[in-house]
Design a binder for this molecule. Structure first.
Ligand code: ATP
Length: 206
């Protein structure tokens, strides 16, 4: 099975694009969902987070208070590195398992793995999981505008997040395929259609 990593900056359209692939019955693995699951009560990362950040990181139900954790790591880069070191191996273990399961459970010739921070966090072993990197690319001003409207936040907040992400050029340099998402949804759908055909062809050659 061909395994495609899908990445892109905040508000670039990753979810929109992965939904379009899903509508074509292409299986999608979403590392954002996995990142939420690995901190569930009782999971290894749950205990490690409490061990490092203390019981104050729990809410009244003893779940990890994700917004509190986000605030801490956003303001303290060193804490962010520690959190990433806890989450990263757990997320990738699960991604590998899900890809393996798909090999047995789907007829699809390829799958998409959505990894928003692929280029910010990837190590060698993760790169080996993927046959290709698909970058959703959007002009920065449009990225800000779309993220701002979606999250009802101000431009500064979006720009702060963008500063923690790799540059548009770095993403484009790493891409095997690029989906320019600077126009309307109908055109995006057409671009996904042609990419779908290309991936089906490439999967045959694998
Ligand atoms: P994040 O990294 O912040 O989760 P994302 O990359 O998943 O964002 P989306 O949520 O897919 O981005 O898109 C951001 C917003 O822009 C959404 O509200 C989406 O509906 C809208 N959007 C995406 N592509 C287009 C487009 N081509 N035309 C109009 N709106 C779009």
């Amino acid at each position: 099975m061909l395994v495609i990593a899908l990445t892109g900056g905040i508000g670039s359209g990753k979810t929109t694009v992965s939904d379009l692939f899903q509508k074509k019955n292409v299986p999608v693995i979403d590392t954002d969902i996995i990142a939420r699951q690995v901190v569930n009560k009782g999971q290894p990362a749950y205990h490690e987070i409490i061990h490092h950040f203390g019981n104050d990181i729990l809410d009244s139900e003893k779940n990890i208070n994700r917004s509190r954790l986000r605030d801490i790591v956003f303001s303290e880069p060193q804490q962010r590195q520690i959190l990433e070191a806890i989450l990263h191996p757990e997320i990738w273990k699960e991604v590998k398992q899900q890809i393996e399961q798909l090999q047995h459970s789907t007829d699809s010739d390829y799958c998409i793995v959505v990894v928003p921070l692929l280029l910010e966090t990837r190590g060698q072993s993760e790169s080996e999981e993927f046959d290709r990197i698909l970058v959703v690319d959007t002009e920065e001003q449009l990225q800000i505008e779309r993220a701002r409207q979606r999250d009802n936040c101000d431009e500064k907040q979006v720009q702060q997040i963008m500063k923690t992400q790799v540059s548009r050029q770095q993403r484009l340099d790493a891409a095997d395929d690029i989906l320019h998402n600077n126009t309307d949804l109908q055109q995006l759908r057409q671009k996904v259609d042609s990419l779908h055909k290309k991936y089906l062809q490439l999967a045959k050659l694998k």
